[in-house]
Design a protein around this ligand. Structure first.
Ligand SMILES: [Zn+2]
Length: 448
């Protein structure tokens, strides 16, 4: 059976991921993502009403016109997890394919939100829920399996396409976490089996986000204990404390909510995406924040919440807000600019439970946001965080576990791939032979 892999997006950047695997006549698409920095760099662009071709020209979504070169039918569109760089283009591209969108419950809930917000296209693809550990037939000879992985969002899986030529493992995005705070640990046992059964692993597409970083990515439980330490140190402070993190990072939001209560403060989630992601997690039953946790997204209800905080005293609350990357329209940035009724005073504390996404637009915006907060007297606690992506020791571990015949580094640019290329070479892989360093818009024929 011919096996061909199209590297469509996310092979020259961290963002707009999209990869297609053709096994004989059947094609499965993994991820359809958005490169948010290409959108944010323009003032006030609303992508909801935009045409896909304009977004392709901006470099914001994958250029999927290369799909015409693949000789087969798309059988499934499989987003691996709910981050925008993996699902953000579904509402712009999926309607062009006569195939269901297959995802884990939390990811699917977020995909639904994307589709509902879309104003240009009608996306009527079937939405099919599939849990980690489950499988689905793709055509006659191919099977799709979801393996549970751990990442900075719940519901992350690595899809595996079992073909007569061996397994194709799509490894985006993950870290190896045995204590992820919410959900099950990564299923390394299943990966090991897949590496040993039948013809083993034909090809592995790897998440190279942190491939230039040595050592191991710590578990979410490490971020949790660091956060606990930071927040306990503030227990006696009688002024304002504000925290920000990735709205989609439900495990982290859960920790923030719990530690706020531990130090006698009422947590309140503020900002549209805080309400969206935590609301979705509650709907599928992944967390239960209890009924008295306020989540407010709309402008008026946010204003009312801030008024209540100021009336009853800042020392009684922990606002958990959007804006960890300094996004211009997010809540924390607005607080820094003095656009909310929350009054930041000398000595008030701002916890960034997030790293800076290493990308110039983010870095600039985050710098600006921190300066605005400092000008009002805020003290910054930054990087109370662990990454969701494997570092080098995790990559070695995955190679040992899967023993793949072919490797395709993804989720980075050439510079970002370099660390992975070196370590793969040290394990006997050879560029141009079985280590395929590629760019957007290429096809790689693995089996002819
Ligand atoms: Zn991700």
């Amino acid at each position: 059976m011919e096996i061909e892999i199209a590297t469509i997006g996310g092979y020259e950047e961290v963002g707009r991921q999209m990869t297609a695997v053709r096994a004989g006549d059947d094609i499965v698409v993994f991820d359809m993502g958005l490169n948010l920095s290409k959108v944010l760099i323009h003032d006030n662009i609303q992508t909801e009403g935009m045409h896909s071709l304009d977004l392709i020209d901006m470099g914001a979504i994958p250029d999927d016109r290369i799909m015409n070169d693949l000789d087969g039918d798309v059988r499934a569109i499989v987003p691996t997890h709910g981050h925008l760089d993996h699902i953000g283009a579904i509402s712009k591209l999926a309607h062009r394919y006569d195939a269901p969108i297959v995802a884990s419950p939390y990811t699917l809930e977020l995909v639904k939100g994307q589709i509902e917000g879309e104003q240009k296209f009608n996306v009527n693809n079937d939405l099919v829920e599939m849990e980690a550990g489950e499988t689905m037939d793709i055509g006659d000879d191919v099977e799709l399996e979801f393996v549970n992985v751990t990442h900075s969002v719940i519901g992350a899986i690595n899809p595996v396409l079992h073909t007569p030529e061996g397994a194709v493992v799509y490894g985006l995005d993950k870290r190896i976490d045995h204590d992820p705070v919410i959900g099950d640990p990564i299923d390394m046992e299943r990966f090991r089996e897949i590496g040993r059964e039948g013809d083993g692993v034909l090809c592995y597409v790897e998440d190279c986000t942190n491939a230039n970083r040595k050592g191991r990515t710590p578990s979410e439980s490490v971020a949790r204990s660091e956060l606990k330490d930071v927040m306990q140190s503030m227990e006696d402070y009688d002024g304002g404390i504000v925290a920000t993190t990735f709205a989609s990072h439900i495990a982290r939001v859960k920790s923030l909510v719990e530690f706020a209560r531990d130090i006698g403060r009422e947590p309140i989630l503020l900002g549209r995406s805080m309400e969206q992601y935590s609301g979705a997690a509650e709907r599928i039953g992944a967390v239960s924040f209890t009924n008295d946790l306020g989540m407010f997204g709309h402008r008026k209800s946010v204003d009312r919440a801030f008024e209540r905080i100021m009336n009853e005293g800042k020392e009684n609350f922990l606002p958990i807000v959007t804006g960890h990357q300094g996004e211009p329209r997010a809540m924390l940035t607005r607080m820094g600019r003095g656009e909310t009724t929350y009054d930041l005073e000398e000595g008030d504390k701002v916890i960034f439970s997030a790293g800076i996404i290493p990308e110039p637009t983010n870095e600039g915006q985050r710098y600006q946001s921190e300066q605005l907060l400092r000008m009002q007297g805020a003290r910054i606690y930054d990087d109370v965080h662990v990454s969701g992506h494997l570092r080098q020791e995790g990559h070695y571990q995955m190679l040992d576990t899967l023993q793949p015949d072919h490797l395709i580094p993804a989720h980075q640019n050439m510079e970002g791939f370099s660390g992975y290329v070196s370590l793969a070479e040290s394990q006997g892989y050879e560029v141009g032979h079985d280590l395929h360093v590629t760019q957007n818009g290429n096809t790689i024929q693995i089996v002819e």
